[in-house]
Design a protein around this ligand. Structure first.
Ligand code: SF4
Length: 390
């Protein structure tokens, strides 16, 4: 005989956050999504999205990140990586509502770069980025104190990846650093090393290491990893003094999953395959790949690739699938054998988009992302520094 027990288990705050059901104002991940969402099975979703978008007309501008689902990309006025999208939004000052189909830090950057009268909206506030969440403002402030204690803060320039919260961008601006993207990380590091002896690279250790070692000729030993969960980052003052690159211990949960084994495996399965990966992948994966580049670079390389060529892509699956569809004359496969989407990017789906557009069309402002004035000021300094990179 079996018995059924009722377990008195309360959901933890983290579990609720992951479900998008709770709020944590200190988290980049965001808060819950109010309102009644249409059912995903509603056969009229496409027609409803079209109708609401038509009602809004030029007042709305929809941005779609490359990693979004096809059902969402279909409604995007423009697609791109996070920085390109933020700039596209700023170039459309007539659009009152910027609906950002991407993740939380991207909507924050768009709010920083757009005008006062433009309102940036994230269709699901639980769409965060696990990498951006790996560096909180408190942790980074503590790290700076550790560097000061070791006597190296004065000669260290912070360089923060676009994939970081507005707070981290503001920290970077306050301390005379710059933001970078995966396309201009080398230029950002060269600029930083012309101003200081060391770089604190936040929050993606892989992009920092790959750029310094693969593109700029630093040794792996020049890099140390600061672990915010250990006292003093797990580093001695001597290690900090000897290092050139102080890498924050953060990574992308999608790109970080590709392994050397997946590269070897695809080479054995598809003779002559070109392995093309994003620089957020681990160093050993990047070292074993044939080509490395940002999302925009990957798209461009495939546009220019000859018909009949074979490609294994180490990047997000929605994009890989779309590229495979767009280039039927080439063989394009996902680098890993196991399917993996960016789960937070995937939170933006058609029901959330319909709910957002219909609410706006009815005059209800929902899910606005707004960065406070002081944070915005310093984050903008760091973003402007990026735009001024030589
Ligand atoms: S793909 Fe990685 S870096 Fe991009 S949003 Fe998802 S978790 Fe963040």
């Amino acid at each position: 005989m079996t018995t059924t027990q009722t377990l008195d288990v309360q959901p933890t705050p983290l579990a609720l956050l992951l479900l998008g059901r709770e709020s944590d104002p200190r988290s980049e991940r965001g808060v819950d999504c109010p309102g009644d969402l249409p059912a995903p099975s509603d056969p009229d979703l496409v027609a409803r999205a079209r109708a609401a978008k038509a009602r809004l007309g030029d007042k709305v501008f929809i941005l779609g990140h490359h990693y979004q689902r096809d059902e969402v990309i279909e409604f995007a006025d423009v697609t791109g990586d996070s920085f390109k999208l933020a700039r596209d939004a700023a170039a459309r000052p007539d659009a009152e509502y910027i609906v950002f189909c991407g993740v939380h830090f991207m909507a924050e950057s768009a709010d920083i770069l757009t005008s006062e009268r433009q309102q940036v909206i994230l269709p699901d506030l639980a769409a965060g980025c696990s990498m951006a969440d790996m560096a909180s403002a408190e942790q980074v402030a503590e790290c700076w104190d550790v560097l000061a204690e070791a006597g190296v803060a004065d000669v260290t320039v912070p360089v923060s990846y676009m994939n970081s919260s507005a707070d981290i961008k503001a920290f970077t601006g306050r301390h005379g650093g710059t933001i970078c993207t995966s396309s201009n990380a080398q230029r950002a590091l060269e600029w930083a090393f012309s101003r200081g002896e060391k770089v604190l690279f936040l929050p993606d250790q892989h992009l920092g290491r790959n750029t310094a070692v693969r593109d700029m000729g630093f040794a792996l030993e020049d890099c140390v990893v600061y672990n915010p969960h250990k006292p003093n980052g797990g580093l001695t003052a001597e290690q900090l003094r000897d290092a050139k690159m102080i890498l924050w211990r953060g990574h992308c949960s999608v790109h970080g999953r590709f392994s050397l084994e997946s590269v070897e495996d695809v080479r054995a399965r598809i003779p002559g395959v070109n392995v093309l990966v994003h620089p957020e992948c681990k160093h050993e994966v990047v070292a074993a790949a044939d080509y490395v580049g940002s999302t925009e670079h990957i798209i461009k390389m495939l546009d220019e690739a000859p018909a009949g060529s074979a490609w294994a892509l180490g990047t997000e699956l929605n994009l890989v699938r779309r590229l495979a569809k767009a280039h039927a004359d080439k063989q394009i496969v996902f680098l890993d054998k196991t399917v993996c989407f960016c789960s937070t990017m995937n939170r933006i789906d058609l029901p959330h988009l319909v709910w957002t557009l219909e609410s706006l069309a009815d005059g209800k402002l929902v899910n606005r992302i707004q960065v406070d004035a002081e944070t915005e000021h310093f984050a903008k300094l760091a973003l402007e520094q990026m735009l001024a990179l030589p």
